[in-house]
Design a binder for this molecule. Structure first.
Ligand code: M6R
Length: 580
């Protein structure tokens, strides 16, 4: 995911350090190149480097530069390879642009501009922004008219910022679908695509709304909406989530975040459970649970898998029809929207565009929305009718761990409370389930005691090319999540399958070289899962066995690693399962 930062202020020496510091804060989002532009004596100066941020930092330290204004970017290649030519800022002689998101009509715009003689130097969609602005200036328009022309021409979802060498005290920004925020620092104004980049220097942050644009100098911030009306957008205190965090003694943030889970789960439970009588105390819902007949759960990636798990809980404890949708696909469905539906949107960042767009589709159709979200003041949090925060704290690791855990705990509480409010389960049964949830931190701690063995085993597995995860029933989403994490972190090809689906095609992939991770807790699906595991065993697969039962005799020769899960309990088992 790309990142934008910018600064305009009083002092020459301020912009470049802020830009580099801001980019560093956004590194956690992933990127493959970085760059910055400043304006000095009426000229743009640009620096770009492929690879890690330290390449750009080295470039700047070998050949220092300073200015009171600048913009910078970390890029994840989408249009055009990750090379220097495509690295942002994308510039013309007088304009430098940084951009997140995608300009969907860029091909048509590019053809048109080429016909008018504009020469393109990069393969990016972003360059049409530079081109439209430059062309409009050449035609004699002033920069504000050129900016207005730009906003009318481009379609898609984006946030962008640019500087113009003839107006070296101003940053221009706009957003449509991707986040952009502002913060006031001593002596200047900062912009960023993520408030985390502002945390060291600003106390408050102001989020632009979709369609807003802003013209920013060190002394003045003019924000206008889509219809060109000047508007006031409020400043919010930068939450603790945006405050600096270090990785302590851990080797990396993901490890730290995995180890934070027991404490954080306790905190989430503490936020939502009123201890004296073990009652769940959620924020006021914008709908009456008794009037609801259908819940649509929606998220992307890990959040989608959390939704798949929650479906079982909502159906079981609240007896409600649940469907689960991937955010990026929901907008293409012809789902019939009904008044007795609720859409539940799950997102750690609260900024995932596909989830946000899906949520907006529900709102446009008059359906109530609820979000299970982590980052305070994120767009999804601001726009949902009901907000259930997951209180996971800052998640810096790209691979979601503690956030998924907190999503599950919050979803579990939501399911139980829906059951109580719909008179499906009794308060005393709800108390029993809450007791189960209170076991989770201890069980995670216990699971973490296996860390050394797991790490040793992981070294052996790191030589493998393919690994298959299987599970049935509620263990199926866990198989999907296991495979996703493995791909994301180790770059080993992995797939998660419903164990019962192996025989419908995927068995062709199984052989002695392809280990199978079998997630097989005692459940209604246990015996069936065992038969499916036999299918893998008969193809000579090595097995990694996760269960609360002993490995069956007939599998022992194939099992190369096993993890004993805690005995089956109502719900906590499934929260801990993957992390065991
Ligand atoms: O911020 P979100 O929860 O909306 O992000 C959705 C996915 O991109 C995210 O869950 C992703 O799949 C995980 N980081 C993978 O570990």
């Amino acid at each position: 995911m790309c990142g934008i930062v910018g600064y305009v202020g009083l002092h020459e020496e301020d912009a470049v350090p802020f830009l580099l510091e801001g980019l560093k804060k956004l590194e956690y989002r992933g990127y493959d190149s970085a760059g910055l532009s400043i304006c000095k004596e009426g000229q743009l100066i640009n620096r770009r480097a492929v690879g890690k941020l330290r390449a750009l930092e080295a470039n700047v330290s070998d050949n220092p530069l300073s200015s009171h204004i600048g913009i910078a970017h970390t890029r994840w290649a989408t249009h055009g390879k990750p090379n220097e030519r495509n690295c942002h800022p994308i510039t013309s002689e007088t304009i430098a642009v940084v951009h997140n998101g995608i300009i969907e009509n860029f091909a048509d715009l590019k053809d048109n501009l080429k016909q008018q003689g504009y020469v393109f130097y990069s393969d990016t969609d972003t360059e049409v922004i530079t081109a439209i602005l430059s062309k409009s200036l050449e035609q004699g328009h002033d920069i504000e008219s050129a900016f207005s022309e730009l906003r009318k021409s481009i379609q898609g979802h984006y946030s962008l910022a640019f500087i113009y060498s003839h107006e070296p005290d101003t940053i221009y920004v706009t957003r449509q679908g991707c986040p952009l925020c502002l913060g006031k620092a001593e002596g200047g104004v900062m912009i960023a695509s993520d408030a985390m980049a502002l945390e060291l220097r600003a106390r408050n942050v102001c989020y632009l709304e979709d369609g807003d644009y802003a013209v920013i100098t060190k002394d003045n911030i003019r924000i206008c909406d889509n219809a060109n009306n000047c508007v006031t957008r409020h400043y919010h205190a930068i939450s603790h989530l945006h405050k600096p965090s270090d990785k302590g003694n851990y080797r990396h943030y993901m490890l730290k975040e995995i180890h934070e889970q027991p404490e954080i789960v306790n905190q989430v439970l503490g936020k939502y459970i009123y201890q004296p009588d073990k009652k769940i105390n959620l924020p006021e819902l914008s709908f009456n649970p008794k009037d609801i007949s259908h819940i649509v759960l929606c998220g992307c990636g890990t959040a989608y898998y959390a939704a798949l798990i929650a479906k079982y809980w909502l159906e079981k404890y609240a007896k409600i029809t649940v469907s689960v949708e991937v955010g990026s696909e929901l907008r293409y469905t012809d789902m019939p929207f009904k008044k007795d539906m609720v859409g539940v949107f799950i997102s750690q960042s609260g900024e995932t565009l596909d989830t946000l767009s899906a949520m907006r589709k529900f709102k446009e159709n008059g359906v109530k929305t609820l979000t299970i979200v982590n980052v305070p003041q994120s767009t999804i949090m601001r726009e949902a009718d009901t907000v259930l925060e997951i209180y996971a704290g800052q998640e810096i690791g790209v691979a979601s761990t503690k956030a998924m855990m907190c999503q599950l705990v919050t979803l579990a509480l939501f399911a139980i409370q829906m059951g109580v409010l719909r008179d499906i389960i009794t308060p005393s049964y709800s108390e029993q389930l809450i007791d189960e949830l209170y076991l989770v931190p201890r069980l995670i701690n216990k699971a973490l005691q296996n860390e050394g063995d797991i790490a040793n085993f992981a070294k052996k597995m790191s030589k493998k090319d393919n690994i298959i995860f299987v599970g049935r029933h509620i263990a199926y989403p866990l198989a999907l999540e296991g495979a996703l994490k493995l791909k994301e972190i180790s770059y080993i090809h992995a797939e998660g399958y419903i164990a019962g689906e192996l025989k419908h095609g995927p068995l062709a992939l199984l052989d002695e070289e392809t280990p199978v991770v079998a997630i097989a807790p005692q459940s209604i699906a246990y015996e069936k899962t065992m038969s499916n595991i036999s299918e893998a065993v008969s193809r000579g697969c090595e097995l990694i066995f996760l269960s609360d039962t002993d490995v069956k005799d007939e599998f022992t020769n194939n099992v190369i690693f096993s993890i004993k899960m805690p005995k089956r309990r109502q719900m906590s088992l499934y929260i801990c399962l993957f992390y065991n």
